[in-house]
Design a protein around this ligand. Sequence first.
Ligand SMILES: C[S@@+](CC[C@H](N)C(=O)[O-])C[C@H]1O[C@@H](n2cnc3c(N)ncnc32)[C@H](O)[C@@H]1O
Length: 511
Amino acid sequence: MPACLLSARPPSPVITCRVSLGAVRNPPPPAPPSSLPLDPPAANLPSLTCALQCPHFQSCSGCTHEFNLHRPIIVDEATDFFKSIGLLDFTFDSCRLYGWRCRAKLAVRGTSTSPLIGLYQEGTHNVVDIPHCKAHHPRINAAVELLRQGIKELNVEPYDEDDRTGDLRYVQMAVTTYNTSLPASERYRNGKVQITLVWNSRNEKSPNSDKLESLAEFLWRNGGSRSREHYIHSVWANFQTSTNNVIFGNRWRHLLGETDFWENVGGIDISLAPSSFGQANARAFDILLRKLQKYVPYGASVTDLYAGAGVIGLSLAAARKCRSVKCVEINKESQLSFEKTVSRLPKSVDGNISWHNADNSIEPLSWLVGSDVLVVDPPRKGLDSSLVHALQNIGSAERKAKSLSESSSSMVKEEKRPWILRAKEASVQIGSKSNSENQSLPQTLIYISCGWESFKEDCKSLLSSKAWHLEKAHGFNFFPGTQSIEVLAVFKRGQGLKKKKLAKKKKKNAF
Ligand SMILES: C[S@@+](CC[C@H](N)C(=O)[O-])C[C@H]1O[C@@H](n2cnc3c(N)ncnc32)[C@H](O)[C@@H]1O
């Protein structure tokens, strides 16, 4: 994953501003906060009560907007865009406004006596400390302070990008808010943090690995299961020596604490290893999933592209009793999380479920054969152009596939059919194999987007092909303090009744 993810804003002039934490030497380990900042009541939110009021706003690149957190300005633009293409009922759900970020990747720079743990300043590689970040779940802030203390006490050297020296390059903090031994109302604020230390060495046998072990033990001693306040879930290491901007290397090691990290979203328990993609705003994602489920008919066959650990597909398998769910993901590290999540699905889920480690931009149609519903959740840059092209031409592809199967039946060699070749790629199959003789292609496309600009382009491309029309669109406040929203858009095949009626009317008026 590119390091530029650590900076949320486009480049702009450098303002040097580093928040210093004061020069207190070895104070006692910080106690985690016991309460979250309160969100204002959801109804009638006046803009000032929805102000960020964060001391890091000027210097940190994470948030771009201080006011009206409950309704980013981009919602107006989105409403206008959807109106312009004939959709008048775009809705927007606001969720938790503070302490919403349950996943953060932070750079570690500075020196062992004065470490900086935070995000890059806009357009630079200067790291800004953000100890009082309002977006972070408070336990992320507490874990960052504990880490800072460990770095100082154990003389851990933060990474130096110019010299490529030092021990600790980045840290990933992920919070699980799912602890069934607590009443539901207390679970969120009592979340526990899975810490991944991105260590500047090839593996655990490198000369600086003693320090890694000591740092992990320090974190566990002060925040683990035997400490006064247990708020660290586990400590992991990732080994990275590359000179490029990629945050993680390929080698992951569990060091201390629990190995399994569970969360509950979309009605199912999901397992997330530190190496697999996880949504930053877990509660907002839950709201989105519950809305999404309503657009999938019971018993449908679903393909989930850009699937990560298959969270969307598996939540549909459980909620809509899907006949089959096929998940496709390029990151092989997500497979284990997928398998663990499957192990906790309710017994009533008995469809064919599979997860494939593949690049879905190569022969994308081959993944769609036999599915009623296609779900796509691409990275911020949007859909791969080969997939857009395939979706634009889905009608003719379907006709071709049907005529091919009618004319050939047993004559066609299996190997020539791409979906049969595909089944041989690295994959996990639960239940019996799906019926590869079903030649139909999806009638419904559900697009989940975290990149508004790329979504608009993809949406226009799909509509201009006349292969799809837009039926519904919803926005979600996934990233309060920024101008990003998550969009859930439901497309159906063909031009739609409204467009057809309009075309007929125009034709009639022409005579
Ligand atoms: C926004 S995440 C969504 C993950 C998942 N749907 C979830 O909500 O947990 C996008 C995912 O697409 C994957 N990805 C990116 N390009 C891909 C490609 N060409 N083929 C398959 N997966 C891809 C990334 O590795 C990442 O896991």
